[in-house]
Design a protein. Structure first.
Length: 173
């Protein structure tokens, strides 16, 4: 989730006066990033796992998932805010980051409420998600995601500083 949040926040940083567009583009960025081979941490609880959607069972697996997923989301959102927030663009940065992480919690919602629009979003999410997960390459998967974050932050900062031409000029001030 942290990778998604950083990319969404970077997008939002270019759209300070268009927070709704930042949220929508952040949301769309999630699916693009999921198409890139990456490592996903294991989901231990049947209740949290979108493929199972089991009954709530307050056990160690649920607690581990809550800490892992919640910590990752919190780290990504706070880190994104610290990296990209400006006084004039705070709303767009936060909404871009939130929009970018939203598809993953929507998988959980779909598992427990398999109705529209969650059904269509989940179908698209599965279709876009890489078919080459890095399950046995945990270190490479984490390193590649960290490298992607570094590249996105560097490019966004360089574009904001005028060192690169801004690809997204709409809404950037």
């Amino acid at each position: 989730m942290s990778t998604h949040a950083v990319v969404g926040a970077a997008i939002g940083s270019f759209l300070p006066s268009h927070p709704a567009a930042a949220a929508l583009l952040g949301f769309a960025s999630h699916f693009v990033l999921d198409a890139i081979p990456h490592w996903d941490y294991p989901i231990r609880s049947a209740f949290v796992n979108p493929a199972i959607g089991g009954r709530l069972k307050r056990d160690r697996a649920l607690m581990l998932d809550a800490v892992t997923i919640g910590g990752d989301a919190l780290f990504g959102l706070v880190g994104s805010a610290l990296l990209f927030t400006t006084p004039t663009g705070m709303c767009a940065v936060i909404l871009g980051a939130c929009g970018a992480v939203l598809p993953d919690p929507l998988q959980f919602v779909h598992a427990h409420f398999p109705r529209e629009p969650f059904r269509s979003i989940q179908r698209f999410h599965r279709w876009m998600h890489t078919k080459k997960p890095m399950k046995k390459q945990v270190v490479w998967g984490i390193v590649s995601q960290m490298a992607l974050v570094v590249v996105v932050v560097a490019l966004a900062k360089a574009a904001h500083d005028g060192a690169l031409p801004t690809i997204v000029a709409w809404g950037a001030h």
